[in-house]
Design a protein around this ligand. Sequence first.
Ligand code: HDE
Length: 694
Amino acid sequence: MSNDKQNQQDAKNQQLNEYKNSNQGEKMSTDQGIKISNSSESLKVGDRGPTIMEDFHFREKMTHFDHERIPERVVHARGFGVHGYFEPYESMPELTKAKFLQNPSVKTPVFVRFSTVVGSRGSADTVRDVRGFATKFFTEDGNFDLVANNMPVFFMQDGMKFPDFVHAIKPEPDNEIPQASAAHDTLWDWVVHNRESAHMMLWLLSDRAIPRSFRMMEGFGVHTFRFVNDQGKARFIKFHWKPLLGVHSLTWDESQKLAGKNPDFHRQDLWDAINNGEYPEYELGVQIIEEEQEFDFDFDILDSTKLWPEEQVPVKIIGKMTLNRNQDNFFSETEQVAFHMGNIVPGIDFTNDPLLQGRLFSYLDTQLLRLGGPNFNEIPINRPLAPIHNNQRDGFHRMTINKGKVSYSPNGILNNDPATSSFIEGGFEHYQEKVDGRKVRMRSESFKDHYTQAALFYNSLSEPEKRHLHKAFHFEVGSVKDPNIKQQVVEMFSNVNHTLANEIAKGVGVEPPQSNNQEPKVAPSPALSQLQTKFSPSTRKVGIILADGFKFSEVQEMMNALRNQDVHIEIISKTLGKVHSDQNEPVNVQKNYATTHSVMYDALFIPGGKQHVDQLTTHKEAKDFIKDTFAHAKTLGASNEAINLFSTVLPKQTQLANEQSKNELFNDMGVLTIQSDQLTDYSQSFIEQLANHR
Ligand code: HDE
């Protein structure tokens, strides 16, 4: 990496460094810099007397504490931020004049905030929800915010409906129940009265809504944007992030258990990966539609409830983002970062998508309340790298010291500085789209098909994905109390697919669909199924359960093979400390049963060793580990004596089978067993299966 490239990448870090403060080796002071002699006792009249007003240190400490909280985001309250950089693969002046997309040797610093939508700041990471994927690019032309989600469509077509929708999906207002969940009456009441939500509801009830990791989900800009080149030629585009680790999900049971066992599962996973140097990478792609093709599709390209099937409009990969640095302070960075759809650079522009238009107002507005006034752009995490010169002045918490008398334009005193820039000089000029129409509160006829793409998504899912979707309906709609709403859900989804509607009806105890709706006949789009994704064992996590007397050689061989593939291993035992092998070799235990659970691993391996297996037979937790790993269809492996342990825990037929057919039976069930001291080939099969996720 050349120095220039490195310098560019570090520019944001250097800017942030100026504001960093560490207490290490320092003396305690007040906010005014006065050294403090005692910060544990307040100033009193006598050692049992009242505290006195004069105690400036007490008052400062307490008032600061009393004012520590700011309003959480009205949506996307729970999030987690990381730093990184973006690099384009090639120069693309024909498509866009955006400078950060021109030079493969320039790395543009980014800050990304991943989030859930509905839950409050302290809710669990693994709930069923859309995930936010917001990226701030600190480009030389100013900040560009790509405020994306991990699903390509949205619940509604017009921003005007957003407050209603959010009120319906948030906890119900009388008792604030349920937290971080769509499984309640008000949401489904809203859904049946807003049928444009059909497509997005299927995404929300699919496995995409319970990602395995922030590192393993796609990002979508959702709206149609424009690329504009230096000739002023525009094209319609949609943005995509594609994770190099592939798109993978939890199961519903795992995500529910994780919400209790480790509510910070996703942020921990990201934090650990970056600390381990396993930097998450996402390729940036664009789908492009020429202006002349605007009306060539059987959907309206301005409608945010529609995606552009990748088979019809391929995704052109244009660059890569690498996330390589954890934040130093959650509040200063994740909490104070302020994204805004209007943060855009020359070369990118908006369209008339009415949802996008609504967002253009909301994001700036919300920061004014959340961050206490109009100077939030001066907070270090939000500061652009590009220089700022304008006549905006004053307001709460102004940091900049603007020199001189002139704070207006045009002016003579400063010769009209700061001067504006022409398009050629890099000034932002809005794309001169010709628009002509009457002022109306109406929706375009071309926005009225709500079911074809919902059917496209449903038809594109594999059988297991469809089964998960049906079960998700059983849970979500099954939690609705009003039978009338449940019945309407069934009727609504009979417009999408009859099997789906019947499955919903069966699971939630209402009548099969009564109306004779036509199902749209749509061929699948393979790109929509997660089965088409990339698979890799790298950075996956394997648990190995041990008790004293385990076969050392087996564990060693397995661990070496896993480490060669960058797989993480955690040794689990009944108690923390050390376990000793059949050779009396000590091994450190990282987790005891109390501090972990099967849902925190991608796979489980138990080695042989008679004494060790005999002990595990008496451990309920070890058996639960095996049962859950099996139930969640994750890679489960045992060697030699441990196979017997599996047969006592797993389905009945394995207990009855003889030794040879038992092994075959296990292998048919996806459980990997081996009766041999040589684990070389076995460990490779284990890794292959681990890579396949389930
Ligand atoms: Fe947002 N959204 N949104 N949204 N959104 C916010 O802005 C809003 C929409 C998204 O990590 C808020 O700063 C309206 C679509 C993300 O800080 C708020 C409409 C998409 C984040 C807001 C939408 C998103 C937000 C709350 C319909 C995917 C988190 C706090 C017109 C493309 C950003 C804030 C972060 C946050 C409004 C629809 C993604 C209130 C009015 C579509 C990732 O301004």
